[in-house]
Design a protein around this ligand. Structure first.
Ligand code: CO8
Length: 258
């Protein structure tokens, strides 16, 4: 009974496919993030064997955080929004069940973050992915950065983040930002489903502890600093220069069509 998500359970492996559907670009707003957070809680409670994250759209996985949540924000709503993002990050990055992203469209900023939270990424060719925050004049929070460091090298993370680079699918494959390339959504879903076969002979407890050894301390760090992170982000985002930057960026997106 979700408004922004479709859920389906795969007959063969019981893996749940979670399809984001918030037209036009799956902008991650408070509602979508809250629904994602609820689904992640349910999957954990029901001991799901795995989850695939994908998009309803044939050209956008998600355009990242909904810029309207950051433009002239109401402080109370912004706090709820940011907490919902923190919740989704902690639950997805630290999920006890294996996760794969079938990235069937562009995946900038928050979209790249969500897919990097998954354990495996399959991406359809000829789209873009990356943490492009600096291009918008904003700074990716430290937990975004740690998520990228868990995925690609320190060197590539620094270069990618300081330049706000978006990688084409084949470039992302070269640096390991994604694991496999797909020809279309069906191919991406098939390859994502195949990923779960790797765990058929692996005792879940060993898998879970190993994942926690790699990711657990990043999650603990945010848990300790949640409130501070909300405050820092709110004061950063409300700076006039940052607001101007967001307005300029929104205008660019609109002008693109004209
Ligand atoms: N938020 C809100 N609206 C958006 C967003 C977004 N992220 N992206 C696109 N839209 C809107 C467009 O303005 C447009 O609106 P309208 O129809 O009213 O003109 C509509 O969605 C459709 O967009 P496009 O016409 O651009 O659609 P395309 O299919 O041609 O392109 C893209 C899709 C490639 C996804 C393109 O829209 C794009 O590049 N979007 C911007 C992506 C981006 O840079 N997102 C960054 C968000 S910031 C973030 O996620 C992390 C922030 C960290 C915060 C740190 C705080 C300190």
């Amino acid at each position: 009974n979700y408004k922004c998500l479709d859920l389906s359970v795969n007959d063969d492996n019981n893996v749940t496919t979670v399809t984001m559907k918030r037209p036009p670009v799956n902008g991650l707003n408070l509602e979508l993030l809250t629904e994602l957070s609820d689904v992640l809680t349910d999957l954990k409670k029901n001991k799901s064997p795995g989850m695939i994250l994908t998009s309803y759209s044939d050209k956008v996985f998600t355009a990242g955080l909904d810029i309207m949540e950051m433009h002239k924000p109401d402080p109370e709503r912004f706090k709820q929004f940011w907490c919902a993002l923190q919740d989704v990050w902690m639950k997805l990055y630290g999920s006890p069940f294996p996760t794969a992203a079938a990235i069937n469209g562009h995946s900038p900023a928050g979209g790249c973050l969500l897919s990097m939270c998954c354990e495996y990424r399959v991406m359809v060719k000829n789209f873009n992915i990356g943490l492009n925050e600096t291009q918008l004049g904003i700074v990716a929070p430290i937990w975004f950065i740690k998520t990228m460091l868990n995925t690609i090298s320190i060197r590539n993370t620094e270069l990618a983040l300081t330049t706000g680079r978006l990688f084409k699918t084949h470039e992302a494959l070269e640096i390991g930002l994604i694991d496999e390339m797909a020809t279309d959504k069906a191919d991406a879903l098939k390859k994502a489903n195949d990923f779960f076969k790797r765990f058929e002979m692996i005792p879940p407890i060993a898998r879970v502890y190993t994942k926690d050894s790699l990711r657990g301390s990043d999650i603990e760090d945010l848990k300790k600093n949640r409130e501070k992170d909300v405050q820092t982000t709110l004061s950063l985002i409300t700076q006039p220069k940052v607001q101007q930057g967001l307005e300029f960026y929104l205008a660019l997106l609109k002008n693109k069509k004209e």
